[in-house]
Design a protein around this ligand. Structure first.
Ligand code: NDP
Length: 326
């Protein structure tokens, strides 16, 4: 029986995440078998691995909401052995065994062909985080993002934040990066940020309307930070809200919405429809310069993942963690 290495999370007392050999017949149903070359570590994976958040819906579970690899077997006419593919979201790593294993059996409709010009490793440098950053940028653009005004990114030194800074700067926007780690100023400026804004400025209690400043914002933090972003938006500006690293509650007033026409745009990457996925990945392959992508990513081993999951939840990880599987 073929075996492969997998990080397996078991519930109970204690909650454990351990690397062990798994067998093919443990894999869930699906019409495509993928040899995983790389996965990545996202905020949601860290919650799943540590048990800090109720992310996993059934146990035992292989976490990993992202994977990139090569098709080994396919019962779908869309894919044949040898095809390079990527997968993000769709509940993989939450209710269907995910990417932190040598093999994954998945549904073909969840897969996206690797876009031309990207390697499997670069695709995981992007992963759910970069894909979400791109969805935020697309939502802001569709709403009419004004190039003459600054664009704010919160949680800027994290995965989604880093890639949002890089994408927006590359597209010619003046990016202000908000971070709790002002020691990351040089890194954020290397991605294209013009200015660094201390997170404490945004999370301090704000008036219902502050001076108008930002034409758009990507918010990965939520909570008090998002509450501080809304009163600082310029007339007609919009905020793409995708995260809750700083809290899920939002205490605000309606004044930015009813007096300045500000819009709050919700972003979800997990169930994002296929057409939009393909568009976002094409844009990522085109709009994200490879040297910037390389600046944001660090490649680690599966053995390092449990320790790094703790560090990520403590806000100590910069940019993206790519996990080498093959
Ligand atoms: P990371 O951990 O890489 O980045 C999160 C960043 O948020 C940190 O680097 C830090 O940035 C900031 N942060 C962390 N803790 C706090 C805190 N207590 N208060 C304020 N700021 C904090 O995570 P990801 O980039 O992978 O994900 C970011 C968020 O987006 C998460 O909430 C995640 O669940 C969500 N997400 C949502 C998706 C969707 O589909 N809607 C998809 C992907 C992610 P800094 O040090 O710069 O301040």
């Amino acid at each position: 029986m073929q075996t492969f290495k997998a990080l397996v999370v078991e519930t109970g007392d204690p909650y454990t995440a351990q690397i062990r050999q798994a067998t093919l017949d443990e894999l869930p149903q699906g019409d495509v078998l993928v040899q995983v070359a790389y996965s990545s570590l996202n905020y949601k994976d860290a919650l799943a691995i540590t048990g800090a958040g109720k992310v996993i819906r059934s146990f035992p579970m292989v976490p990993g909401i992202d994977l990139a690899g090569t098709v080994l077997e396919s019962a779908s006419p869309e894919y044949k052995p040898g095809d390079p593919v990527i997968l993000t979201g769709w509940g993989v790593g939450e209710r269907h065994w995910g990417g932190l294993a040598g093999l994954a059996r998945v549904r073909s409709e969840w897969l996206v062909p690797l876009p031309e010009g990207l390697t499997l490793q670069q695709a995981m440098g992007i992963g759910t985080a970069g894909f979400t950053a791109m969805l935020c940028v697309m939502a802001l653009e569709a709403h009419g993002l004004d190039k003459s005004k600054e664009v704010l990114v919160t949680g800027a030194a994290g995965g989604v934040g880093s890639l949002a800074v890089a994408l927006l700067a590359q597209l010619g926007y003046r990016v202000v990066a908000s971070t709790g780690r002002t020691s990351e100023e040089a890194y954020l400026k290397s991605l294209g940020a013009r200015e660094i804004l201390d997170r404490a400025v945004l999370s301090a209690p704000a008036r219902p309307l502050e001076s108008e400043r930002f034409g758009g914002a990507v918010d990965t933090v939520g909570g008090a930070v998002l509450a501080g972003v809304l009163p600082r938006m310029a007339y007609g500006g919009s905020v793409a809200a995708c995260g809750n690293a700083g809290g899920a509650k939002l205490e605000t007033t309606v004044f930015p919405f009813i007096l300045r026409g500000v819009s709050l745009l919700g972003i979800d990457s997990v169930m994002c429809p296929r057409e939009k996925r393909l568009e976002a990945w094409q844009r990522l392959a085109h709009d994200l310069p490879r040297p910037l992508l390389e600046t944001t990513l660090q490649t680690v081993s599966l053995e390092e993942v449990p320790g790094l999951a703790q560090a990520l939840l403590q806000g100590q990880v910069r940019g993206r963690l790519v996990v080498k599987m093959a």
